[in-house]
Write a protein that binds this ligand. Structure first.
Ligand code: SAM
Ligand code: DTB
Ligand code: SF4
Length: 325
């Protein structure tokens, strides 16, 4: 087994492969050891998502219910009102969420939307919550405007390996994604970047995706690991289901390569047993999305997560306790 190591941005493919492919018990033990060196293993952070603009997206992401180019029958909405966002955020806070993530089905925001987006960030921040947005690609001015209105985190996923990227999305490149991530980080907004597994990729793609994140100039503050939710009428609707152990290996690799990062067990929990989720927490996941809807897809009901936390003796991470970086 490789030694638990300090923060490194120079991981090699060989090292990542060796970590990923070691016997499962050794991998879990290493991941849990790194986890305990950096976090309270019995605390999990709760974020809540809200879709502020749904459907009709110009991009062709093969997994997504919101692409206008996919066959999924989701009608396009307009950007929702600022007041509605703030009242939903208030409810999420009452339910124990500390971070509020607002997502829009855009390739990138239009300048005419910026004032409303800024007001959303300010309003949610005034509730005492951490703010996060995911709006697609951003130019420098948009990054500065969001930062100046108080945006704490920006979510922008690389989704898969550079090699597999063009099989999944053709309307933008892997490099476009990295450009936005660099702009966000350079402006001082914390980066949330992860991806999806179970899209028919090879093991090497899962390893390379985590390697790409772990060799960015700085590790992302949060890495969401999504299990594909197959959406009817999208190109990935019938993709073969991934072995769950491969998913856990991917979570463990994220934890070991990026010791101080919040690894979020994101989409796909509805189809995971309590035991599978417990294994992901043991492998170093320490954040989830709560509430019965993600952006458009189902997520476990609040009661189910409360029962899961009680079963496992897990408590919700308080605001500020996750600021370990
Ligand atoms: N349009 C923006 C963008 O793509 O950056 C923000 C919203 S987009 C829906 C946010 C992320 O959700 C995607 O990058 C992808 O990782 C994840 N996602 C979307 N559909 C998914 C699905 N069916 N299963 C798992 N994850 C999904
Ligand atoms: C992320 O990595 N997962 C979240 C969040 N970032 C925006 C989104 C999951 C979306 C799942 C499919 C849906 O709800 O449409
Ligand atoms: Fe649009 Fe984002 Fe869905 Fe891609 S993932 S189609 S960019 S909403």
């Amino acid at each position: 087994m490789l030694d638990a190591s300090p923060i490194r941005n120079d991981w090699t493919r060989e090292q990542a492969e060796a970590i990923y492919n070691q016997p499962f018990m050794d991998l879990l033990f290493q991941a849990q050891t790194v986890h305990r060196q950096n976090f309270d293993p019995n605390q999990v952070q709760k974020s809540k998502l809200l879709s502020i603009k749904t459907g009709g997206c110009a991009e062709d992401c093969a997994y997504c219910s919101q692409s206008a180019r996919n066959g999924a029958q989701l009608s396009a909405s307009k950007l929702i009102e600022v007041e509605r966002v703030i009242s939903q955020a208030r409810k999420a806070k009452e339910g124990g969420a500390t971070r509020y993530c607002m997502g829009a089905a855009w390739r990138s925001p239009k300048d005419r939307d910026m004032a409303a987006l800024e007001a959303m960030v300010k309003g949610v921040k005034d509730l005492g919550m951490e703010t996060c947005m995911t709006l697609g690609m951003l130019d420098e001015e948009q990054v500065f405007r969001l930062r100046d209105s108080g945006l704490d985190y920006y979510n922008h996923n690389i989704d898969t390996s550079e090699r597999y990227y063009s099989e999944i999305i053709t309307t933008r490149t892997f490099a476009d994604r990295i450009d936005t991530l660099n702009r966000v980080r350079e402006a001082g907004i914390k980066v949330c970047a992860g991806g999806i597994v179970g899209m028919g990729e090879q093991q090497m793609d899962r390893i390379d995706m985590m390697l790409a994140l772990a060799t960015l100039e700085e590790h992302p503050d949060s890495v969401p690991v999504n299990m594909l939710i197959p959406i009817p009428d999208t190109p990935l609707a019938d993709v073969e289901q991934l072995d769950p152990i491969e998913f856990v290996r991917t979570v463990a690799l994220a934890r070991i390569l990026m010791p101080k990062t919040h690894v979020r067990l994101s989409a796909g929990r509805t189809d995971m047993s309590d035991e599978m989720q417990a294994m992901c927490f043991f492998a170093g996941a320490n954040s989830i999305f709560v509430g019965d809807t993600l952006l458009t897809a189902d997520n476990p009901e609040e009661d189910k997560d409360t029962a899961l936390f009680a079963r496992l003796g897990i408590s919700a991470m308080a605001l500020g306790c996750d600021g370990s970086r």
